[in-house]
Design a protein around this ligand. Structure first.
Ligand code: FEO
Length: 166
């Protein structure tokens, strides 16, 4: 049985995944206009993934005979205070999303919705990967330092490809 409380939290997640997508799009655009082509590519790819997450939730709600509601999204900031701050913001945002997924998992347990609980495990694993990949980016950024951002910008996409086994 698909409970309204679970459906509502999943619809909240649709909005949050969409907000993630527009936030990362804005970051990507900022990076691109500041000549960080590699970082822009990484962030555009991240935004695409968030859109895919949002779609996954929309389609699941509808598949369960619920009703996915397409919300408007928060206008993201257009400017960012440097790369270190930007990636710290990405990490904070991903931690927020992890918490949000965990709240839905908790609700499915409370409501005995084992199908949704099972379906959510993909998101639980995905959040571990996302947080770990942002941590890796921040570690690399700290390692190269402010004077070697060209190298960081050149290497960031290969970090993503290594994680994806490409
Ligand atoms: Fe869809 Fe990055 O959480």
């Amino acid at each position: 049985m698909f409970k309204k409380s679970v459906e509502d939290l999943l619809n909240r997640q649709v909005e949050r995944e969409g907000n993630s997508a527009v936030l990362y799009l804005s970051m990507a655009s900022w990076a691109e206009t500041n000549s960080y082509a590699g970082i822009a590519e990484w962030l555009y790819a991240q935004a695409e993934e968030e859109k895919m997450h949002m779609l996954k939730v929309i389609r699941y709600i509808n598949e369960r005979d619920g009703k996915a509601v397409i919300p408007s999204f928060d206008k993201p900031p257009a400017d960012f205070d440097g790369l270190k701050t930007l990636f710290d913001q990405v990490l904070d945002h991903e931690k927020f999303i992890t918490g949000s997924i965990n709240e839905i998992v908790a609700e499915t347990i409370k409501e005995n919705d084992f199908s949704t609980h099972n379906w959510l495990q993909w998101f639980v694993s995905e959040q571990v990967e996302e947080e770990s990949s942002v941590h890796a980016v921040i570690d690399r950024l700290n390692l190269v330092g402010d004077h070697n951002l060209y190298i960081f910008d050149r290497d960031i996409m290969s970090m993503r490809e290594e994680e994806n086994g490409e």
